[in-house]
Design a protein around this ligand. Structure first.
Ligand SMILES: Nc1ncnc2c1ncn2[C@@H]1O[C@H](COP(=O)(O)OP(=O)(O)OP(=O)(O)O)[C@@H](O)[C@H]1O
Length: 357
């Protein structure tokens, strides 16, 4: 459905992103600040021209610098939900949604009928006559979604669609969005910072850093085997790169980790913060992966506390509030870290089917 290679130069920054999305598929585009997500979105929407590469949607070129093809925004079969929705403030919800169908050539009556249908689908039939300022954040989000879908787009672009909502509204709106995306026959690209949005809403993740794909794949694979620090933080794992010799992996400065998995050569080692135990003293008869470390930070993490520790290697540990009280946890304190070999995962650093690495 979408077959693109987006190459965009912006000053010294270059986005170089191959991207394909099948009909009905939802792809989440993730990456740290400045990775190029907005650039990709703007190139797809026709707000930025490609420097090179191509953008083909349902077999039609929308942008192809090599062939001097450029289709402007308003003639692209694309619907966009912007982060702050960008509803027309002077138009009612109904007229906001009818705007796209009108521009596609539907007469006023048909366009309003289609808009009314879409508002009903997103559960806002009775709010049709309201102006955007008379809508709550969650309602405005649903009007924006109805407006994007009312043009029956081949490609739906969602730019941080839930970022402006409070936690409670976000939960409800995410569930509704999931329902509407499941019914959308076209391709969907979701740009987000929120790993929960990505995991709940997307079939596939594409992660970019510095304008390039660093990892892509289905949610299970990416979360089980992160390949960069950004992805590891995103999915909440401790990640190290090292050199394996059987069950021994030497990471930064030759620091040794014993693992259950056997590997040889360049590898990643990952383990969950919940697999890290903290002790006030060196544990006796202990697991082999034990080292002293200094507490540098503590945050709430669900029902537990996530403790950041520095030392020969940095590590995050999740512990219960009871364990924290027992340890009398305080910044600057030295503790002993222990990680069981059985809790570690080791996989080759050379990228396989996951794309670039
Ligand atoms: N108008 C511009 N001129 C030159 N460089 C730009 C321009 N806009 C953005 N850039 C650069 O392009 C790169 C990618 O920016 P982009 O906004 O696409 O990143 P992003 O992934 O969307 O980031 P964020 O998550 O912070 O929104 C950045 O290095 C940025 O400095």
């Amino acid at each position: 459905m979408l077959d693109a290679h987006l190459v965009v130069d912006r000053g010294t920054f270059r986005l170089d992103l191959p991207l394909t999305i099948r009909p009905g598929e939802v792809v989440a585009l993730l990456g740290p600040n400045g990775a190029g997500k907005t650039t990709a979105l703007r190139a797809l929407a026709g707000l930025l021209p490609l420097t090179d590469g191509h953008l083909n949607l349902t077999g039609r070129h929308l942008d192809h610098p090599g062939r001097r093809i450029w289709i402007p925004t308003e003639r692209r079969p694309i619907g966009v939900v912007f982060q702050d929705y960008l509803l027309f403030p002077h138009l009612t919800a109904l007229d906001n949604v009818a705007f796209g169908p009108r521009r596609q050539g539907l007469d006023r009556q048909r366009a309003r009928q289609r808009a009314a249908d879409w508002l009903a689908r997103v559960g806002l039939a009775e709010h049709a006559r309201r102006k955007p300022r008379q809508l709550s954040g969650g309602q405005a989000q649903r009007v924006a979604l109805a407006r994007a879908l009312a043009v029956e787009p081949a490609l739906l672009l969602l730019d941080e669609p839930l970022a402006a909502l409070d936690a409670r509204t976000r939960l409800d709106t995410r569930a509704q969005l999931q329902h509407h995306l499941a019914g959308h026959p076209g391709a969907t690209l979701l740009v987000t910072h929120d790993p929960v949005d990505a995991v709940v809403l997307a079939d596939r993740l594409v992660i970019i850093e510095g304008g390039q794909v660093v990892q892509e794949g289905d949610v299970t694979t990416v979360t089980a085997q992160p390949r960069t620090d950004y992805v590891a933080r995103l999915v909440g794992l401790n990640l190290y790169r090292g050199h394996a010799d059987g069950h021994l992996v030497l990471i930064t400065d030759g620091f040794p980790l014993v693992t259950n998995d056997r590997q040889d050569g360049d590898v990643f080692v990952a383990f969950a913060p919940s697999a890290v135990a903290l002790h006030p003293h060196r544990p006796e008869g202990s697991p082999r992966n034990t080292w002293p470390a200094t507490v540098v930070g503590v945050q709430r993490h669900g029902d537990n506390l996530r403790v950041q520790l520095d030392g020969r290697v940095t590590v995050a540990a999740d512990i219960t509030p009871a364990a924290a009280a027992h340890l009398r946890l305080a910044p600057g304190q030295t503790l002993w870290v222990a990680v069981k070999a059985a809790e570690t995962r080791v996989y080759p650093a050379a990228a396989a089917a996951t794309g670039a690495g």
